[in-house]
Ligand binder design. Structure first.
Ligand code: B1M
Length: 213
């Protein structure tokens, strides 16, 4: 197997045997984020496919998630950082009913490495909890993540509740179940402030920077 194939394989098999050595080798060829978005994501997509086909059980998918998390933790110190004054404060949350947090935590790493103060509220964050945190933290932006189809609908409800609470800070949304079309047609009309769709963590940073400028 090539190095790239081995990296995807660790994720699919949920095995860490040899993982760090291969990540070290990969760092000589690729930027950390390209390793995550490339071979590791290829592995995760395969996990999703096998899971969908009932060829993997939840416990096995959890092992795959552990490999992904260990890889991100190993690569994190190698990512580029900018030493700027804080560019703003962002609240991050996975929406109510959803436990997927690898993508959200990647967004946290990228934003905090690039000058943002991030308050990560965790998973299964209900609108009322988010609203209370907005009042307390006074963020410049709110980031919502969700991977389940029902999470896309939950984002619409969250936007409605935030509007009812007179909150207008920009919302950044992302996650596999979302599309730009759903964001523009379904979430944005329910909110008074801007609602922006990010296709990945890096795009999330670009959009945050654009909003700031
Ligand atoms: Co689940 N799961 N899962 N799962 N899981 C999916 C999402 C699924 C597509 C798999 C499948 O069936 N093919 C499917 C959803 C189906 C649907 O709704 N259409 C699914 C299901 C069904 C479930 C359960 C219901 C299974 C069950 O219990 N029967 C259950 C749900 C529990 C719940 O949430 N209430 C469940 C549970 C789990 C585990 C706990 C086992 C584990 C999560 C562990 C964890 O996160 N701590 C898990 C995993 C690992 C997956 C897959 C395989 C991988 C997700 C992942 O981490 N990807 C996933 C299939 C897949 O996505 N291919 C699947 C890597 C991560 C880096 O990517 O999060 O997409 P992602 O983030 C990307 C972008 O989306 C974006 O940036 C990142 C890249 O840079 N992004 C943002 C994400 N958030 C963003 C926010 C932003 C900006 C960008 O700004 C704020």
């Amino acid at each position: 197997l090539t190095l790239e194939e081995r990296l995807a394989r660790y994720v699919v098999e949920g095995s860490k045997d040899g993982l760090l050595e291969d990540l070290e080798k990969a760092l000589q060829k690729y930027a950390p984020l390209d390793i995550i978005n490339g071979p590791l994501m290829t592995g995760m997509d395969e996990v999703g496919r096998l899971f969908n086909d009932n060829q993997l059980i939840v416990a096995e998918v959890l092992q795959s998630a552990e490999v992904m998390k260990a890889s991100v933790a190993f690569l994190e110190p190698h990512m580029e950082k900018t030493d700027t004054d804080t560019k703003g404060k962002i609240l991050l949350a996975t929406v109510k009913g959803d436990v997927h947090d690898i993508g959200k935590n990647l967004v946290e790493i990228i934003l905090s490495n690039n000058g943002y103060e991030v308050v990560n509220l965790g998973i299964k964050v209900a609108p009322e909890q988010l609203i209370a945190a907005c009042r307390e933290e006074q963020p410049d932006m709110v980031g919502l993540s969700g991977l389940l189809v029902k999470s896309a609908q939950q984002m619409v409800l969250t936007a409605q509740d935030m509007r009812a609470a007179n909150i207008e800070v920009p919302i950044l949304v992302g996650g596999a179940a979302l599309t730009r079309k759903f964001t523009d047609n379904r979430i944005a009309p329910e909110y008074d402030g801007p609602v922006l769709y990010a296709k990945d963590a890096m795009n999330g940073l670009e959009l945050a920077n654009q909003l700031r400028d």
